[in-house]
Design a protein around this ligand. Structure first.
Ligand code: HEC
Length: 692
C-alpha cells in the first residue's frame, strides 16, 4: 500500500510539472488567497498576492482570447497602474494621477477626476517623471494620491472629491506615485524623495474624514525630534555625524502591506541617501532599505528587517510584499515574500521579522550568497567604492523594480519580472552620459551576456529555485498576473501581451498592443464572463536610465490605451505608428557651438534627464526626444517653453529661474547631442548604442 501510494505521488508530481512536489504532498494553507469576480486592490487582495481565483480563461482555452474592447487615453504618457474592478466598474489612474472610472463590460468612461497638479503645485513636477500606480477602494470611496503629495477621497459613483490632504511639504522635493493602501478604517500612503536626501515616512488617515491617525518615519530626525520616540532613538544610534542635515532617505514610495490576521502593517522603505555613505552618517542607517512591521492601529514599531544595511547603491527595498503561508520543513509558516532591487528573493517569517531564506534571482556581483545564521547577505569586498569607483550588478534599476509579481498558491510559484543590468558608480562627475546625483555619478553598464534584458521567471519560494524562465528582448517590461486557470499574463516593452502556461512557461497566446507595456494585467468577471485588462503606456524610468531602454516608441506617436480581453473577443485595435529606432535629429549646420556652453549645458540638463533622458537621449518617453525637436532648435521658442511654461498643462514643467545665459547653454548642449546622433548615424550606427 505504501509503495502504491508512492507511485501515485510521483504521477501527481509529473502532472504538476515544474510546480514542485511539496505542493502535491501537503494541503495548501493559502486556499483563500487571491481575487474573485472583483479585483479590489492593485495587487488583487489584501495579501498582495497578484493572483486570481478565476479559471474560466485557462491554459486549455487561452488561445481563444481576443480583444473585447479598448479605449484610447489621450493626454496620458506613462501608464503604470493596475486597474481595480469593483461591481462591474474599473478604476485606474493615468500619468499625473487622473482617476478614471470605466464600465467593465463595455469600456464606456463613466467619469474622470483630474487633480490638476500643473495648477495646484507645478513645482512638484520638477522632481520626477509623471507616473502613478493606481487607487484603493472601500465603501463607495476611491482613494488616490497625486504627484504633488495630495491624497484624495472621491465618491466612487460620481468622481466628486470628498476630501483632500497634503501628505508632503508642498515646498519640499517629495512626490507620490504609489497607490494608497487600506488598513482597517485607515488609508495609508508614503512618498518618494530619497534621491534628494529627504526623510521618508508613511502617514495613515481616517478614511471618512482625512484626519491624520499616525505617522511613522523611515529614518530618524534630529536628536530633538527623536526625543521620547523609542524607535527613532534606536534608529538614530545607527547614524553618525549630523545625518538630519546631510540627508537620510528611506522613502517608502511603493509597497505597504496590511496583515489582517496579525493587525500589522509592513512598510517597505527606500534607499539611503546621499548614496555615498561618506556623505552621510556612518552605521547601518536604519530604517532605510528595510521592511518595518508596525501596529496597524497605532503605527507603533514592532520589528524591522534591514535588507541592505548601509545601502550605498540605491538599493530600494520598496518592492511588493506578498503575505502567504508556506509549508516549510513540514510546518505551515506565515511568511512575507519580497524581491527587492538587490537581486535576492527573500522569504521572511512575518511573526518575528527573521529571514528564513534568500535566493539569487539574477546576475549579482555585490554578494556571494546569503548567510541564514546572521540573516545577512555575504557582501563581496570593495563594493562600497572604497577605490572611488565600482561596477556592480544589479545596478540601481534593480533585479526587480516596482513591477508587480504574482504568487499562485495553487502551484506554489511566484511569477517575477527580473532584469539583468549593471551600473558604474563613481565619486565625482561621470560626464554627459552619466546621472550625477549628490556627488556620485551613476551610469548603466551593458557588458555581460544577457545585460540590458529581462525575463519572466517562475520562482519556487520554498526551494529558492527557478522553475522556468521566459527570456525577453528588452529590460523594462510589465508586471505579472497569475490565475487559478494556470495562466500567467505579462506585457512587454515591445508591446506584446502574452499568456503563458503557469506550470511550464509555454506560450499559449499573444496580442500585439502597438506600444510597450510597463503595467501589470488584472482579471475580473462581470455577468458571468471573465475579462483580462491591461494599461498600455511605455515610460516611467526609461529616460532616467538612458538610451538602452529605447524600443522605438516615440513621444505622442502611439496612443495610450486600456485593453480588455475575453474568450472569443472580436474587437480590433486601430494601429498606431510602428516603432522606429532611428533618431531623426534636426540640425542647423550654420550654428557655431561654443564648447564651454555645451559643457555648462550638459550640467544644467541633469534637471531634464528624468523625462528627456541622460544626455538628452530620451528613448521616447516620458518626454519627447529633444534632438528631434524643432522647438529646442529655436531659442525664442525654447525660452517660452522653459521660462513661461507654455507646455505646463501637457506635463512640461516651468523653469522660470533659468537665466538667458543658461537657456543658451542648454540650447548648445541639445544641439551638440543632436549633431552627435546625426554623425553616429552617418557613420552607419543607429545612434542608439547602449553606454559601454
Ligand atoms: C517632468 C518631466 C519633464 C522634465 C523634468 C522636463 N521636461 Fe521638457 N517636456 C516634458 C514633456 C512631457 C514634454 C511634451 C509636452 C507636450 O506634449 O507638448 C516636454 C517638452 C519639452 C520641449 C518641447 C519639445 C517639442 O518639440 O515639443 C522642450 C524644448 C523641453 N521639453 C525642454 C526641456 C528642458 C530643457 C528641460 C530641463 C531644463 C525639460 N524639458 C525638463 C517633460 C519634461
Amino acid at each position: 500500500m505504501r509503495k502504491f501510494g508512492k507511485v501515485i505521488m510521483a504521477a501527481a508530481c509529473v502532472a504538476m510539472l515544474l510546480a514542485g512536489c511539496h505542493n502535491a504532498r501537503t494541503p495548501q494553507p493559502d486556499a483563500g488567497l487571491g481575487a474573485g469576480d472583483d479585483w479590489p486592490s492593485v495587487n488583487g487582495d489584501v495579501a498582495e498576492s497578484g493572483y486570481s481565483r478565476l479559471s474560466q480563461i485557462n491554459a486549455e482555452n487561452a488561445g481563444k482570447l481576443g480583444l473585447a474592447w479598448s479605449i484610447d487615453l489621450p493626454g496620458e504618457v506613462t501608464l503604470e497602474a493596475t486597474p481595480l474592478a469593483i461591481g462591474g466598474v474599473l478604476y485606474f489612474t493615468g500619468s499625473y494621477a487622473a482617476v478614471y472610472a470605466v464600465d467593465a463590460a463595455s469600456g464606456k468612461v463613466l467619469w474622470r477626476f483630474d487633480p490638476e497638479t500643473w495648477k495646484h503645485n507645478p513645482q512638484k513636477m520638477h522632481f520626477t517623471f509623471a507616473a502613478n500606480r493606481g487607487v484603493a477602494y472601500r465603501d463607495g470611496k476611491i482613494f488616490s494620491a497625486a504627484i504633488d503629495g495630495r491624497l484624495f477621497a472621491l465618491d466612487a459613483k460620481t468622481g466628486q472629491q470628498l476630501w483632500a490632504v497634503e501628505t508632503t511639504d508642498p515646498k519640499g522635493p517629495q512626490t507620490v506615485t504609489s497607490a494608497p493602501r487600506l488598513i482597517g478604517n485607515l488609508v495609508i500612503v508614503g512618498q518618494g524623495g530619497a534621491d534628494f536626501g529627504a526623510r521618508g515616512y508613511v502617514t495613515a488617515y481616517d478614511q471618512a474624514t482625512g484626519k491624520q491617525a499616525w505617522r511613522f518615519y523611515a529614518a530618524p530626525g534630529s536628536p530633538e525630534e527623536n526625543k521620547g520616540d523609542a524607535a527613532q532613538e534606536m534608529a538614530a544610534k545607527t547614524w553618525s555625524g549630523e545625518w538630519w542635515k546631510t540627508g537620510t532617505g528611506g522613502a517608502p514610495w511603493n509597497s505597504i502591506t496590511f496583515d489582517e490576521q496579525m493587525g500589522r502593517v509592513y512598510v517597505a522603505t527606500g534607499n539611503a541617501a546621499p548614496y555615498d555613505q561618506q556623505k552621510r552618517g556612518a552605521g547601518d542607517n536604519l530604517f532605510t532599505a528595510a521592511i518595518v512591521a508596525l501596529d496597524a492601529k497605532s503605527g507603533k514599531y514592532i520589528w524591522h528587517y534591514q535588507i541592505n544595511p548601509a545601502d550605498s547603491w540605491d538599493y530600494d527595498s520598496t518592492q511588493q510584499m506578498t503575505l502567504a503561508t508556506l509549508n516549510l520543513d513540514g510546518k505551515p509558516r506565515k511568511v512575507l515574500m519580497q524581491a527587492p532591487k538587490n537581486g535576492f528573493f527573500y522569504v521572511i517569517d512575518r511573526e518575528t521579522g527573521k529571514p528564513i531564506s534568500a535566493g539569487m534571482t539574477t546576475v549579482m556581483t555585490w554578494a556571494k550568497g546569503f548567510d541564514v545564521k546572521t540573516g545577512k547577505a555575504i557582501e563581496e569586498p570593495g563594493i562600497r567604492y572604497e577605490s572611488g569607483q565600482i561596477d556592480i550588478w544589479p545596478g540601481p534599476i534593480g533585479g526587480h523594480n516596482w513591477q508587480s509579481m504574482s504568487y499562485s498558491p495553487k502551484l506554489g510559484l511566484v511569477y517575477l519580472p527580473v532584469g539583468q543590468i549593471g551600473e558604474r558608480l563613481l565619486r565625482g562627475d561621470g560626464g554627459p552620459d552619466a546621472f550625477n546625483v549628490m556627488g556620485l555619478s551613476t551610469r548603466p553598464l551593458v557588458e555581460k551576456p544577457g545585460d540590458g534584458k529581462a525575463s519572466l521567471i517562475a520562482w519556487d519560494p520554498v526551494a529558492q529555485r527557478q522553475a522556468w524562465k521566459v527570456q525577453h528582448n528588452h529590460l523594462w517590461n510589465g508586471g505579472a498576473l497569475s490565475t487559478a486557470g494556470n495562466v500567467v499574463f505579462q506585457g512587454t516593452a515591445e508591446g506584446v501581451v502574452y499568456a503563458y502556461d503557469a506550470r511550464s512557461g509555454k506560450e499559449l497566446w499573444h496580442f500585439d498592443a502597438g506600444l510597450g507595456i510597463v503595467a501589470a494585467p488584472m482579471t475580473y468577471a462581470v455577468g458571468g464572463k471573465q475579462y483580462v485588462s491591461i494599461l498600455v503606456g511605455y515610460g516611467g524610468t526609461t529616460a532616467a536610465f538612458g538610451d538602452f531602454m529605447r524600443v522605438g516608441w516615440k513621444y505622442g506617436q502611439q496612443p495610450r490605451r486600456l485593453l480588455t480581453f475575453a474568450l472569443d473577443g472580436k474587437a480590433t485595435l486601430p494601429r498606431g505608428t510602428p516603432p522606429e529606432m532611428k533618431v531623426n535629429a534636426v540640425d542647423d549646420p550654420s550654428l557655431v557651438l561654443n564648447p564651454a556652453d555645451v559643457k555648462a549645458g550638459s550640467e544644467l540638463t541633469v534637471q531634464c534627464a528624468a523625462c528627456h533622458g541622460i544626455g538628452m537621449k530620451s528613448p521616447g518617453s516620458p518626454g519627447p526626444d529633444l534632438r528631434e525637436s524643432a522647438i529646442a532648435m529655436d531659442m525664442t521658442a525654447l525660452r517660452k517653453v522653459l521660462k513661461e511654461g507654455v507646455l505646463l498643462e501637457k506635463g512640461m514643467p516651468q523653469f522660470a529661474y533659468l537665466t538667458d545665459d543658461q537657456i543658451r547653454q542648454i540650447h548648445a548642449f541639445i544641439r551638440a547631442q543632436a549633431r552627435a546622433a546625426i554623425s553616429a548615424q552617418t557613420k552607419g550606427g543607429s545612434g542608439t548604442s547602449a553606454s559601454k
